[in-house]
Design a binder for this molecule. Structure first.
Ligand SMILES: Cc1ncc(COP(=O)(O)O)c(C=O)c1O
Length: 402
């Protein structure tokens, strides 16, 4: 059976060139980067080089990069780290309604501990409005955390405009306001420059850019003080203790350099495949809704709700035909919860449960698209043929049919 992987927002395969770069650090060059001897020095030099490569991807200084175990840890370190450090200046945080669970979860926990939280709505196009943000800022706001691009619908947020508002606030003596961006999905797909973004903290994860899982980074602007969340070692300039995962760090550096050099060609390729996929699906399958802003979104991602069917059922049917995709639904206490991101667009439960995300990668081919379109047409056809929803009373429709 043919296997077609269309779930690159969940993770990507490791690039052969990345494996080649990291391999020596799993074999001969196995030293601990903190050791004084030559094995240690070899590892230290490799970590330093990777730090420069990752910094180059986002326009930061190398010493502003802190390696972590991934995007989840970097988000935690950024949000908890700032909130704990700046508590005396205020306890109000602003975020968006569609953040990744690793941001949402930490902020929900802060709220339970007495922090005030404003969650900016995203409207039908999945994008926050800067006017809403401007209105939400208070004198006791210390953190704004808004993602650069969403992992389910791919919409790109106006982070540059948000950064300008933050700069303006500082100009009017609001000194204790920090701006964090989760750029896990955007990295390698959109150009990132932490200087023009005016952000203080920015999260990255390696496994979304063809490097292994379990390695990420947090950009912490020079002069920004955070409370470390993992302590007991001098690594990462005391901002994140623990022996560096040298091979993974090297892999991340190599992947960052490749992502930077190949960004345009990868984007052109995935966007062409994505657009072709969407055009064919629209022609062959009716009763569907595209979720998110069709222009302001990542070039490799498509999120579609298929009416009358559950996304989870569709995912399984596609999997049986060798096509791998995702839903935004999560299993909670034995029941399937609709995607909170799709619900935040104002879609009803039926559409939020029927949503599927297709995310394309640099190694997908036109044949993959042909196969996936065929498999999807078959799967939707058989599920709709037995769908009770199709014959039931339909709830109020929201969204624009495509
Ligand atoms: C937007 C976003 N933030 C954070 C993460 C978490 O990154 P990691 O898997 O490296 O912990 C992900 C992963 O899916 C993501 O898509």
């Amino acid at each position: 059976m043919r296997r077609v992987y269309l779930d690159h927002s969940a993770t990507t395969p490791v690039d052969a060139r990345v494996i080649e770069a990291m391999l020596p650090y799993l074999t001969d060059k196995f030293g601990n980067a903190s050791s004084v001897h030559m094995f240690g020095q070899e590892a230290r030099a490799a970590v330093d080089k990777a730090r420069r490569q990752v910094a180059a991807l986002i326009g930061s200084r190398a010493n502003e990069i802190v390696f972590t175990s991934g995007g989840t840890e970097a988000n935690s370190l950024a949000i908890r780290g700032i909130c704990e450090a700046a508590e005396a200046h205020g306890k109000h945080v602003i975020t968006s309604a569609i953040e990744h669970p690793s941001v949402r979860g930490v902020i929900d926990q802060l709220e339970k501990r007495g922090w005030d939280v404003t969650r900016l709505p995203v409207y039908e196009d999945g994008i926050v409005r800067v006017e809403d943000l401007r209105e939400a800022i208070r004198d006791d706001t210390i953190l704004i955390s808004v993602m650069m691009a969403n992992n389910e619908i791919g919409t790109v947020q106006p982070v540059k405009e948000i950064g300008e508002i933050v700069r303006g606030e500082r100009d009017r003596e609001h000194r204790h306001l920090w701006f964090h961006i989760d750029a896990v999905q955007a990295a390698g797909r959109l150009p990132i420059d932490v200087q023009s973004l005016n952000c203080d903290l920015l999260t990255l994860s390696a496994h979304k850019i063809y490097a292994p899982k379990g390695i990420g980074a947090l950009f912490i602007r020079r002069g920004v003080r955070i409370i470390p969340q993992q302590i007991g070692g001098h690594q990462e300039r005391e901002r994140r203790a623990g022996t560096e995962s040298v091979a993974n760090v090297v892999a991340f550096g190599a992947a960052a350099e490749l992502a930077q050099g190949e960004m345009d060609s990868r984007n052109a390729h995935t966007q062409r495949l994505r657009d072709r996929f969407e055009a064919e699906v629209k022609t062959r399958i009716g009763d569907l809704v595209l979720n998110g802003n069709p222009e302001h979104r990542l070039p490799h991602l498509s999120n579609i709700s298929f009416r009358f069917i559950e996304g989870e059922g569709l995912l399984i049917h596609l999997d049986m035909q060798g096509v791998a995709v995702s839903t935004g639904s999560a299993c909670s206490s034995g029941t399937l919860e609709p995607s909170p991101v799709v619900l935040a667009l104002g879609r009803n439960d039926e559409l939020a449960r029927g949503s599927i995300q297709f995310s394309f990668g640099k190694d997908n081919t036109d044949e993959d698209i042909d196969y996936a379109v065929l498999a999807l047409t078959k799967a939707v056809g058989s599920l709709r043929a037995i769908s009770p929803l199709k014959f039931g009373v339909r709830s109020a429709e929201s969204g624009v049919s495509t």
